[in-house]
Design a protein around this ligand. Sequence first.
Ligand SMILES: O=C(O)CCC(=O)C(=O)O
Ligand SMILES: [Fe+2]
Length: 299
Amino acid sequence: MIPVIDCSKGIAEAGPEIVKAIESVGFVYLKHFGIDTSTVDKVLAVSDEFWRLDLDVKNKYARPTAYDKGNTGYVAPGVEMLDPTNKAEIREAYNVTPKDGLFLTFPDEELPEFRSTVLDFYERCWQVAREVLHTLAVELKLPDVDVFEKTHSHAGTGNNATTLRLLHYPPLPEQIAPGTVRCGEHSDYGTITLLFQDAIGGLEVKGRDGAFVPANPEPGAVLINAGDLLQRWTDDRILAVKHRVLVPEDRGRWMDERRSLAFFVHPNDDAVVQPLNGAHTYAPITAKQHLLNMFSKTY
Ligand SMILES: O=C(O)CCC(=O)C(=O)O
Ligand SMILES: [Fe+2]
């Protein structure tokens, strides 16, 4: 069971409960955390308008294949495989990484309100993420309580890969190859992830015993989990728990399209990540190198 924590009194006040959940389950839902449902719905609505565009129009905004041209843009179905052992992963996405600067593209021509809606949401997510990171540092009693503030100082502005990703799992065709999934089993790459999902469901989280449990949509809540780099920093005290989205077992639900919004928090590109307790369990790696390693496996 993934705990649901009310943050009406503030994220910091709920700190002990949040850390307990992240340490034991790896995922936690926060309610009343500072972004209301109408804001999330507005982003889902503008993303729906994008998904409905023709593929050749969407591909005008395709994510470049060379990472030195940035991570922003449209990722068509089949382009990215989170679990390369899968046959196919049927989903499309739109990445927004403000550090891309000149390569940061938006479908302004077709959807004039897309850019401002998405960038406003990015900023709101970052403010929530900041509070969560600070709370984690306090509750984990890290030697430098400002370690995350310092290592994420360029989020949304400069050399920092923090990304908002709009996701769409389209209705499934009648025939799919055996082994097809919506989102392959993976852990997230960065520090933490904020996830907003619509009412369809399908996300599953791997328990310590290896069995997957559903992470059902929780109205009004954001789902938070740790990524690989937080696992390294905390020397495995917090784990980057694996998760996936399968094709519904019930064929009657194949026409249900699903949408989600993921906000991936990353340290600054040049931040060197290694266990903060001085252990040598993980060799030091820069946030940028870790991300490039992951992209080379999945794109
Ligand atoms: O769509 C979802 O619910 C999960 C997506 C996800 O895990 C990811 O993009 O990293
Ligand atoms: Fe994920």
